[in-house]
Design a binder for this molecule. Sequence first.
Ligand code: SAH
Length: 255
Amino acid sequence: MTTAILSALAEEQQGLLDLLRRPQRVTRAGREFWHGELHGQPVVLALSRIGKVAAATTTTTLIEAFGAQRLVFTGVAGGVGPGVQVGDVVVATEFVQHDMDASPLFPRYQIPLYDRERFACDAPLSAMLLGASRAGLSRLNGQFDSKSVLGERSVHQGLIASGDRFVSAAAEARALHAALSDAGHPPLAVEMEGAAVAQVCHDYGIPFAAVRTISDRADDTAHVDFPQFVRDVASRYALAIIDEFVRGLSTSGRR
Ligand code: SAH
């Protein structure tokens, strides 16, 4: 059973590429895909690229051209929920598109013709990813001195909002959180791809799980925090979490 591992950023994929056995590079849809094995599991690695449409194309290609039968996503996100801090990790339960608005034809946030606002992640796969996230973070504990910068790290589980916008103003983050909360969709984090990947996986009936490391608070310093955080912290988190996750697939016999 081929597992697709989607990374949002090249820094997050590099560690996985280094571990990939029997790597084979294939170009499709103007993108690079890497076939191979991780801990004996057949995998295909890809960069999602940025934004909903780009991520949807990558996901469709993974399923149609590479036969991916389950999909796991790692990336970074802005924390918008109360208590969701830089350095925390959010495992998604569901996704909503914060920029979807076909009102008054359809209710705000509803995806036209799907009759729903949210797409759910696969519960068993997400439970495995949650376990892998906890194990990965505790493995990293002590490996590098992040505590002074990041304080205590928490692993959250909940709704993530996606949209084609890098949210980098405190007022905007507050407004986005308030509007979604008023509509019954209070998000923990905001990013730019997850809801698109979730929708494509829903269309194909493919199990999907996603984890995001919080790189910023989607506020006025988001763009400052971001590059350094990805380089120094998120790339190591992504590698440790996916390494634990794939080991888990092997030992649980979920081939
Ligand atoms: N500097 C990067 C571009 C990053 S775009 C480059 O040059 O390649 C931001 C990425 O991080 C997207 O993948 C998005 O999903 C996520 N993200 C992190 N913080 C975010 C925020 N505050 N708002 C929206 N997306 C965010």
